[in-house]
Design a binder for this molecule. Structure first.
Ligand code: SF4
Length: 103
């Protein structure tokens, strides 16, 4: 009885610390800068209102990463991963020319 409780506690601690670690790794992923070469190629801006509208006529007000189908986080997340920028996080309020409205 005692030993199974200890096992349970140890297992729970292990799971909790693994979760904490992966959460930490996620939170620490670098943010994509507007000056990043991929960002420049895709016209990414961390602030969608700063998108070069003359160059990206497809941009429409209200479009941003948080409502793009490629955004890997919840719509309310300030930053999340995006497959266009492997290993980095894009801003929920950002935008790039690969934008695809979430269905
Ligand atoms: Fe944002 Fe979508 Fe572009 Fe990714 S593909 S940077 S989520 S607009």
């Amino acid at each position: 009885m005692k030993s199974s409780r200890r096992t349970f506690l140890i297992t729970s601690l292990g799971v909790a610390s693994t979760l904490a670690l992966s959460r930490q790794a996620f939170a620490d992923a670098p943010k994509v800068a507007d000056t990043d070469p991929t960002a420049q190629a895709l016209g990414y801006k961390a602030d969608a209102s700063k998108v070069d509208k003359a160059r990206y006529a497809k941009y429409a007000a209200g479009q941003d990463c948080s409502n793009c189908s490629f955004y890997q986080g919840k719509a309310t997340d300030a930053y999340a991963n995006c497959p266009m920028f492997a290993g980095k996080q894009v801003a929920g309020k950002g935008w790039c020319s690969a934008y695809n409205k979430k269905a």
